[in-house]
Design a protein around this ligand. Sequence first.
Ligand code: ARG
Length: 261
Amino acid sequence: MCPPEYFAVEYAINPWMDTATPVDSELAVKQWHGLRETLLGLGHTVHELAPEPGLPDMVYAANGAFVVDGTVYGARFRHPQRAAEAAAHRAFHEATGARLVAPAEINEGEGDFAYLPRAYGGLVLAGHGFRTEPAAHAEAQEALGRPVVSLRLVDPRFYHLDTALAALDDGNVAYFPQAFSVAAQRVLAQLFPDAIVADEVDAFAFGLNLVSDGRHVVLNNEASGMAAKVAAAGYLPVPVELSELKKGGGSVKCCVAELRD
Ligand code: ARG
């Protein structure tokens, strides 16, 4: 995670970012701390990535790398405003002695990659269409030695995979079908017949931008319909308030980079 410090960024790369709506930075920091406390309270270890001046989107820590079983596939951001974030993530992982793979292709880390260790022996799902290049999917497969399934995103409001699909546990997902191409919808239905299928209301409330440890599903408190669906499927929904972070186009998952170690 990365504590929020700067939010007043202006660039039209994300339809959720309405720069006419000011962000209450104090409240944003408070909400971020609430998320941190929630994860700690559930027994997880939380490392903080120090924010850097000039990198307002660093709080969306999910985008800086993608880690699978000790191998870190680095990010290479599409937009110059975020480019320098990749080095901060790299430095963090270097210090842990992890195996690092530097990317040649544009990709935004866990924003567009999800990992399901127990689906088909270990499966990576990867989004493209807005940020990550399809060539990065092949590169990730080479780096990580896991099959990577490419899924095309078609709605700019769901510009990262993690706005439209989430790993609920080691083997199952929740997703919003309409964010994907018809072919990708078919692929998902084939791979995950037991998936939780979200509707438009769930997806617009950022209900899929969640973090799950396989039992607790931490998600945006506005996504009450999604909370009910995960509860009906046997998980424990843990709502958190992140309204200020949503103004920057992200929620729970965007703020958390999973280390999987
Ligand atoms: N403002 C950020 C961007 O447009 C939001 C990133 C959200 N992160 C995520 N994992 N979806 O890049």
